[in-house]
Design a binder for this molecule. Sequence first.
Ligand SMILES: Cc1cc2nc3c(=O)[nH]c(=O)nc-3n(C[C@H](O)[C@H](O)[C@H](O)COP(=O)(O)O)c2cc1C
Length: 370
Amino acid sequence: MTLKNRLVRSATYEAKADEDGNPTDAYMAFYRRLAEGGVGLIVTGLTYPEKAGKLPRSVRVDDNGCVSNLRRIAAAIHGVGNGCKVALQIGHTGRQLPHTIERETVAPSAILEPYTGRMLRELRREEIESFIDKSADAIVYAYQSGFDAAQLHAAHGWLLSSFLSPHTNRRADRYGGSTENRARIVVEILGCAEGKIEKRFLVLVKMNAWDYVPSGIELPEALDLADIFEEAGFAAMEISSGMWETITCDPETIDWKAVRIPEARKRIRTIDDEAYHRDFARAFKNRLKRSKIMLVGGLKTPSLMEEIIESGDADLVSLSRSLIREPDLPRRWQAGATDTAACVSCNKCLETLREENGLRCKVLNDEHDI
Ligand SMILES: Cc1cc2nc3c(=O)[nH]c(=O)nc-3n(C[C@H](O)[C@H](O)[C@H](O)COP(=O)(O)O)c2cc1C
């Protein structure tokens, strides 16, 4: 896949579909505007291959009835006509469910999720196999609908991430235990989709370099996981960190290994706060042979992003919050502007996900809302 630039819109849950998971006009307008903004690749917000893993008003990819919806999304983005590409992000909420949602919470293992206080139910083997099939089907739907790629969301403590992590996965079957076993669910989803998609249709994965919970994934094991994913055929890895449980952890009890996290939770005030996963991305770049590395987290300043790419620490740079506030930043930067993104990562956008029209930058006036 050839991208017109190395700027990616990192997956951002938008809460703009209807209750049945069909994209609304507002959803279409939101993505059209992002594409017009000049980013090279858009990764959609999380979509759900089965209802048990759904975030409210996210897009459904749970049966082939979704193909017409996905076609409209891909056509809207490609229809802008500036070469913007689009990837569908696929995942499952797993052990992390907002308090406002009442439903059984499933996970690899039946342990307490301390941030929400929810007791989890362990997934049965046949439920895991069914989820693998459905996720693979979702990749195929994206392919059939004219998307350019798909991305599995295996970061931030959601279902796939909780399978990868030894902290949250205590299973004794083939989906738990060794690093290879914990990676199996992700690998099998891709394996199951292969043969039904063309080689040019890329599958990416977003993963944690560090879980920031006691006995979670740390960088050395994340690199082992990356080896397994590269071998399996994932074209790119987007490097992130943390899970909801991280918020409940006493930093004193965690060996932070001198890395600058959990800065993801703080505002980005100066250039020194930006690119907080850069050291991780460099380690992945040094380790992997083929897969491309996407750096996400706190990116605001175009000259820093150029320097990161030129240094070889990452192949692509991904932005989420900056593009919520200013979707046209890439176009402006391309035209020669050098200004830093206005977004300071105040995280008020997260509050808007419960509002009627879904995601927007809360610090902008209404007339600027998207
Ligand atoms: C409102 C909001 C929604 C998000 N939704 C998703 C999502 O659906 N999938 C995902 O992988 N990450 C999601 N993220 C995380 C971002 O993709 C990104 O990893 C994180 O915000 C750090 O990048 P940034 O500093 O450029 O915002 C979301 C972040 C925000 C602020």
